[in-house]
Design a binder for this molecule. Sequence first.
Ligand code: ADP
Length: 238
Amino acid sequence: MVNVKISNVTKSFGRNVVLKGINLEIPSGKFFAILGPSGSGKTTLLRIIAGFEIPDKGNVFFDGKDVTDKPPYKRKVALVPQNWALWPHMTVFENVAFGLKVMKLPRSEIRQRVNEVLDLLGLKGLEGRYPHQLSGGQQQRVALARALVVKPKLLLLDEPLSNLDAVLRIKLRGELKRIQRELGLTAIYVTHDQEEALALADELAVINEGVVVETGEPREIFIMPKRLFTAKFIGRTS
Ligand code: ADP
């Protein structure tokens, strides 16, 4: 579990100012959603929190410590990207074990940790399959297993369910929440899907064009949005 503070973060790509002074506080152990339309800067913000991008200005703090310039592998974070990015030439076991091999853990420990996480996600028996031999839901679970096996304190999820059909999406939402609680993780979940944010989040931030429009508990925001943008985005003025 980790408390994340984002302080005045600005990021441009060339002339495109993608994040315009973002301030956010994500409390330890919460499931926090970042909700906004496509192109609003959500993925960029998540990549900055993970350490894959460095902000032009501003800072990122984990438990009060400035991690802005720390590389991803020193942050105890795991990012599940939108397309899952499984390695097609590796089996399920190898995909999940890869991060631990890089960490040079002993083989017996790797085996034990991979088995634990495969168990947690209901993937037992699929160890020897390749990604193309799995259903979409199973591939998503492998991506999550790969993230969790390194025992992160912070789990970052970039629209992880958007490639799945509606029924599976709803089922996996429940699982995600259960795992986050069970493992006591702070989770940051990026989505453009208001219903998903409402169902999952303890707290959420609405973002548009690189600016935080409002933050709060989902019920507050959905029942009584303070900003016109939020009201329009969640369809209350139509
Ligand atoms: P979202 O996740 O909300 O869809 P993104 O953070 O992916 O938004 O993108 C916000 C803007 O930043 C888009 O205009 C996108 O084209 C631009 N962008 C994102 N990453 C890069 C990059 N590596 N190089 C150039 N432009 C980028």
